[in-house]
Design a protein around this ligand. Structure first.
Ligand SMILES: NC(=O)c1ccc[n+]([C@@H]2O[C@H](COP(=O)([O-])OP(=O)(O)OC[C@H]3O[C@@H](n4cnc5c(N)ncnc54)[C@H](O)[C@@H]3O)[C@@H](O)[C@H]2O)c1
Length: 324
């Protein structure tokens, strides 16, 4: 199997390395419009740089899109036109209107399109979802999600980031409703600037709390922020009628008070390394027709809609319906 990677930047380089290590992948093809960037990333046998997108599409059994967000719709459409299955990094489009049009086109085609929300590929989260949806855990009472970056992003990125809900919390706004497997009926969000005034200048916040109410009555509290002095902290905890489960609470969780700050996770690539590796495995399994798509394009509309509801709620100070 030959897999193409469009975009050899931060995340594309990581995905290419994971693909190269897989025995089921015979060749990894790299394309990037910046001269020399793809060639520079060819460090092992089984990896080859190609000169343009047409060549990448022609020679690949599946293409991974890891380019800047504003290019995603064009590249996904090129894959659909070529009949080439695609795994596109999140988000597949920058705003709801563009995403709706793209999702409709994807669903009119028969070409598989997976979205790179890596939590959906995390073996621990996949198992937790199985336990919830099979009824093994009983009714879900309450979910707590924690997502704190170790360091804030480059401040120059903030004005184009879309804000904390679309940029950072979007991952848990996708993962938590996917885990609970129920519609969100109401959203309340609050945020504040405590890390740096650069967030206020970008009309954004650097710490936020989100309350989701699900159709079945369960609540989820999502806490997130741009600075954790001890490291990168991502956890999801579910309290249900028959069990209580925590994911991400281990010896590398950055919790100083409990002595867990040795070798704490420095960032998301390390914390989600199993998820990113499995994401590539699942992509090849979907290509081979042996697995269902666990991250379909239409679900991206749910998380983006929720992120927009959060932004509206934090600005108005009022709860917002989840199905807007
Ligand atoms: N799932 C995750 O955890 C996660 C993490 C980080 C980034 N992302 C997403 O991945 C995407 C890329 O982010 P990044 O941080 O790697 O960006 P980046 O800027 O480091 O890399 C993007 C690369 O794409 C190349 N590129 C630009 N236009 C292209 C085109 N038309 N065809 C092929 N290559 C092109 C650029 O030259 C650059 O090398 C973004 O959409 C981002 O939201 C997802």
């Amino acid at each position: 199997m030959r897999i193409g990677v469009a975009g050899v930047g931060r995340i594309g380089t990581m995905h290419a390395a994971n693909l190269t290590a897989m025995s089921q992948v015979d060749e990894v093809l790299l394309y990037d419009p910046v001269p020399g960037r793809a060639e520079l990333a060819v460090t092992e046998p089984g990896v080859r740089a190609v000169g343009d997108l047409d060549e990448l599409l022609k020679e690949s059994d599946g293409v991974l899109v890891a380019t800047p967000t504003d290019t995603h719709p064009t590249l996904v459409r090129a894959c659909l036109a070529a009949g080439t299955p695609v795994l596109c990094e999140k988000p597949i489009a920058a705003d709801l209107t563009a995403m709706r049009e793209l999702v409709d086109e994807i669903e009119r085609s028969t070409v598989p399109v997976l979205v790179g929300f890596q939590r959906r590929f995390d073996p621990a989260m996949v198992e937790l979802r199985r336990r919830i949806t099979s009824g093994e855990l009983g009714a879900v009472y309450h979910v707590r999600a924690t997502g704190f970056d170790a360091q804030p992003p480059d401040f120059a990125y903030l004005p184009t980031s879309g804000g904390i809900f679309r940029d950072l919390l979007i991952h848990d706004l996708d993962a938590v409703p996917w885990l609970v497997d129920q519609p969100v009926v109401e959203v309340y969000a609050s945020g504040s600037v405590q890390v740096d005034e650069a967030f206020a200048r970008a009309d954004d916040v650097d710490n936020a709390v989100v309350l989701l109410r699900f159709a079945g009555g369960a609540h989820a509290v999502l806490s997130a922020g741009r600075h954790d002095p001890l490291g990168y902290d991502h956890r999801i905890e579910v309290l249900a009628a028959r069990d209580s489960v925590a994911i991400g609470l281990d010896a590398r969780t950055p919790l100083g008070a409990e002595g867990h700050n040795q070798n704490a996770y420095p960032g998301f690539p390390d914390r989600f390394r199993h998820a990113y590796r499995n994401e590539m495995v699942v992509f090849t399994e979907v290509l081979a027709g042996r697995a269902e798509n666990p991250s379909p394009a239409r679900d991206s509309l749910v998380s983006l809609r929720l992120a927009e509801a959060c932004e509206k709620s934090r600005r108005t100070g009022r709860p917002v319906r989840g199905d807007l």
